[in-house]
Design a protein around this ligand. Structure first.
Ligand SMILES: [Zn+2]
Length: 255
């Protein structure tokens, strides 16, 4: 069986000056699922996969699909790149996995301003495009896993300002849990706890309605902390004294 690996391409919070923002690549063999898709996604993939020592740098042509947790820009502002590049350079549609509540305003509220009008020739009028011209949008379903190649993706609503969904992804007999953005939610942590590797967001800044205070996670049982890694951290986070290991961009993790 192929080994299942995670390469974080971005681990910073929204206002990071030192990192890229949230983006994970989950691989089984050379089949890759992107989790969240910020800008500049191709540069992030190139740098992260090169640092992780992949024999060939990862690019969008090897991404089977992107599972997007919510529409805050630090998680999704690379979708225009993903859609245009896949359409123009690869000649096909990009596949997106999202809960319908998370994707409800994807086109009208986010992408249409930059993607609706396309001009083939200078003398021609622009033609009008739809979301479905660029993307195959697959709805995630909280009641059952949704299969996409070797990945089975489950989702669960989190506590966040805009509709946001945590993920459990099963591939190659291993399970990755990802909190997405969320206020502290013991029920969500319970839902994530069967996973082999849990990536949880955390903050040390006072945003308890939006994000999970680090202290709450540091107080979890050691067995849970041992398989948990932190992401979405502020730049001034003290990694050396952390009770839970923070994720590093461009490092390869066995799931
Ligand atoms: Zn958010």
């Amino acid at each position: 069986m192929s080994r299942v690996v995670l390469i974080p391409m971005g681990v910073g919070e929204a206002f990071t000056a030192r990192h890229y923002t949230t983006c994970l690549a989950l691989g089984v063999g050379d089949d890759w699922l992107l989790i969240d898709c910020p800008h500049p996604v191709r540069k992030m993939l190139h740098e992260g996969s090169t640092a992780a020592g992949l024999p060939q740098p990862l690019d969008l042509d090897r991404i089977r699909a992107a599972a997007v947790t919510h529409l805050h820009a630090d998680h999704c502002c690379g979708l225009e790149d993903f859609g245009y590049y896949t359409w123009l350079a690869l000649g096909r549609r990009a596949t997106l996995l999202m809960h319908p509540e998370a994707s409800a305003r994807l086109w009208d509220g986010l992408l249409s301003a930059g993607m609706e009008l396309v001009q083939g020739q200078p003398e021609e009028p622009p033609s009008r495009k739809l979301l479905s011209d660029y993307f195959e949008l697959i709805d995630l379903d909280p009641s059952q896993p949704v299969e996409c190649g070797p990945f089975a993706v489950e989702c669960r609503r989190t506590i966040h300002s805009v509709p946001t969904f945590a993920l459990r992804v099963t591939a190659g007999g291993r399970v990755l849990g990802f909190s997405a953005d969320t206020a502290y939610d013991p029920n969500l942590i319970e839902w994530l706890s069967p996973a082999d590797l849990i990536v949880h967001e955390a903050t040390t800044h006072p945003h308890p309605g939006l994000h999970t205070p680090y202290e709450k996670l540091a107080a979890l049982p050691g067995s849970l902390r041992a398989k948990m890694r932190l992401t979405h951290l502020p730049d001034d986070f003290d990694a050396d004294s952390s009770a839970i290991e923070p994720l590093h961009e461009g490092r390869i993790y066995e799931v």
